[in-house]
Write a protein that binds this ligand. Structure first.
Ligand SMILES: [Zn+2]
Length: 87
């Protein structure tokens, strides 16, 4: 499941390093797949990854910006960390 574009690949790796998960899209449509934020609920964030964006670098920036804007990941991981390692 390697995206053909390097910029998009890096953006996806960035998302996954923050706990996001990638799901490949079906064979129809323009989407390559979807990135889901660590908050796996209906109000969690979803970022669409396109297979052939016109400007891959811009598309990658868009993914990174959305991932950074996600309000769920960090705080939840932090709470988990505190719960698992009480001091
Ligand atoms: Zn989120």
């Amino acid at each position: 499941m390697y995206h053909p574009d390097k910029h998009i690949r890096e953006a996806m790796q960035f998302a996954e390093s923050l706990g996001w998960t990638f799901t490949e899209a079906g064979p129809h449509g323009h989407a390559y797949g979807f990135l889901y934020c660590p908050h796996h609920e209906r109000d969690g964030c979803i970022v669409t990854v396109y297979s052939t964006p016109k400007t891959p670098y811009i598309a990658a920036q868009r993914i990174i910006r959305k991932v950074k804007k996600c309000p769920h990941g960090d705080s939840e991981n932090e709470q988990l960390r505190i719960r698992n390692n009480p001091r």
